[in-house]
Design a protein around this ligand. Structure first.
Ligand code: LLP
Length: 384
């Protein structure tokens, strides 16, 4: 099987399985497509939590990307990657003093989620802020991916967000308002509704420099229909023009999602009760999305011929370690299986559960490949 012109079995011979592949050319393409579509003053502040592979974020930085980071280490990585502080946003529901101090030290913008956080930031000398608005409506492909609306821990209701930003005017650089309504969104409606709320806040505040619309742009995951990028850009840039604001877009998945592949080997094929199990050497510890959200990823195999129903699972001692039911041509023990669209929230959510090492990561670029991250050995995985 070939991915981005590379023979996967060659990579696997060298680095083993499970291994993540990251198509850097695809990442660049995705970034530039989004960048070009946004025909107004903007910053794409790539969401590092989707995939924080250092070479990846440095490449994005060289293309002009900013960074949305959830922690102090995120600030340090953006700094290392050469992202200028004015293009970095630290945002999360509960940053520690240490996280905020790191942000203050590099002079990045903090999107505040509470009045107490504003006090904590003041204590560590931070001066550049936005306020995260919870517009009272959320969106996303799964309840766990919804990050706004009543009952979520994120941001502040519009009126309180407005009061907080007002209260900091004069004391801090009050850059603007921020919102992130959810993830894996495939239509523009949630963004339109969120913009309605933000527009009114900007007007009441008397104008701001920045409107940060968060991320959330979805990818097809093998289903039909692309994210309506043209429509999104039109709406976002319409608001930019109307309100005279610089737009921040904190996309993660859209930039890296379809650039990642997880290569696994079939350890066993087992028939029980008339059902056929394909048991891989990659599991929920390597890719958590199916277990956590019931996410179904495309699976690619080399074999050909008539398809049969199979259940695909991993080696972890949990029933949730299950990738789903698939129709595939006959797969045999020892075959390679490729799980696609895992560039976002794949390796970044991997763990060592069941005493397993974090997998290797290999970059594909310009028809060649190179190791980005070695598979952990016993010492690293177990003793730290
Ligand atoms: N900005 C903020 C404040 C966020 O919390 C997130 C993601 C993003 C931007 C980027 O969102 P994106 O463009 O990637 O949708 N683990 C889940 C996704 C959780 C997203 C968390 N926040 C998954 O595997 O689908």
């Amino acid at each position: 099987m070939r991915i981005a012109g590379i023979d996967v079995s060659e990579v696997v011979e060298e680095f083993g399985t499970p291994t993540y592949l990251l198509d850097m050319d695809r990442v660049r393409e995705n970034f530039l497509r989004l960048d070009k579509a946004l025909n107004c003053p903007h910053t794409i502040a790539y969401a590092y939590k989707a995939n924080h592979e250092p070479e990846l974020v440095r490449m994005l930085s060289s293309l002009g990307s900013g960074a949305t980071v959830p922690s102090g280490y995120g600030v340090m990585l953006a700094r290392w990657a050469g992202v200028p502080p004015e293009k970095v946003v630290l945002v999360g529901p509960s940053p520690s003093r240490g996280d905020l101090a790191e942000a203050a030290d590099y002079g990045v913008t903090v999107s505040l989620e509470s009045e107490s956080e504003a006090r904590a930031l003041r204590d560590v000398g931070g001066t550049s802020v936005m306020v995260r608005v919870n517009p009272g409506l959320g969106a996303g492909a799964h309840p766990s991916l919804v990050t706004a609306g009543p009952g979520t821990k994120f941001g502040l209701p519009p009126e309180r967000a407005l009061s907080l930003l007002r209260s900091l005017k004069g004391e801090m650089n009050t850059r603007g308002f921020h919102t992130h309504v959810g993830s894996q969104i495939m239509s523009v409606e949630p963004f339109i509704s969120a913009l309605e709320v933000l527009r009114s806040l900007v007007e009441q505040f008397g104008g701001v420099e920045v409107l940060d619309l968060g991320g959330g742009l979805g990818i097809p995951y093998g289903g039909s229909g692309e994210f309506p990028l043209g429509e999104y850009a039109e709406i976002v840039c319409g608001a930019s023009k109307e309100l005279g604001v610089h737009i921040f877009v904190e996309s993660g998945r859209y930039i890296v999602g379809d650039a990642g592949y997880l290569i696994a080997r079939v350890n066993y094929v087992k028939e029980v009760g008339g059902r056929k199990w394909i048991l891989l050497d990659a599991g929920m510890n390597d890719l958590l999305r199916p277990a956590l959200y019931g996410a179904k990823h495309r699976i690619l195999v080399d074999s050909e011929g008539p398809e049969e129903k199979v259940l695909i699972a991993g080696p972890v001692c949990e029933s949730a370690d299950f990738f789903g039911e698939y129709d595939l041509p006959r797969v045999r023990e020892g075959d390679l299986v490729v799980i696609a669209d895992v560039g976002a929230y794949g390796f970044s959510m991997a763990s060592r559960y069941n005493l397993r090492p974090l997998p290797a990561v290999v970059a594909l670029e310009g028809g060649g490949y190179r190791l980005l991250r070695e598979r952990e050995n016993f010492g690293r995985a177990i003793f730290g």
